[in-house]
Design a protein around this ligand. Sequence first.
Ligand code: GLU
Length: 195
Amino acid sequence: MCGIVGYVGSQQAAPILLDGLSKLEYRGYDSAGLAVRNGTEETEVIKAKGRLKVLFEKTNGGAAVPGTCGIGHTRWATHGEPSENNAHPHMSDDGNVVAVHNGIIENYAVLKEKLQAKGYIFKSSTDTEVLVQLIEYMKVTNQVSLLTAVQLALGEVIGAYAIAILDKEHPDEIIAARKSSPLVVGIGENEFFLA
Ligand code: GLU
């Protein structure tokens, strides 16, 4: 069991993500990470093996990662050892798609082979990275929005998931989806939360 969180609004995202992840710690995890968007700047991804405290220290309580849109994750490894490299968020080859995922992509091996045959390079041993690369592949080959690319990619996937995804082109947008894993959306005044 792991935890995912997301925030988009006018407050600083990272401290909210860390606070949200701390509330999900009881579910158990082996590593943690977050990705934050600060306007049109490159997405910042910070990961840490072990306790959430390590991620908290690495990001100075979130202060080191400014930005008002982000996603976070505590991982319970199912595919690939517990390590910083396998920790989420995972990023697509072109760096445009960044995601966190709770669950298992059962047909990841077949999908990975197909993507490798098309030249995609994988940096982790996770099933999650396969989903991230598949979303990028759908986006690029079909020239569609992130939302449509996610819908197309999930049509190919067998498994359980709650996912939250960032797209380089849309710095203040998070796309989320779920199947057989829980996901809730909190709606504030001009702000949204995911867990
Ligand atoms: N299957 C994914 C992984 O091993 C996600 C595990 C989880 O739900 O934390 O990275």
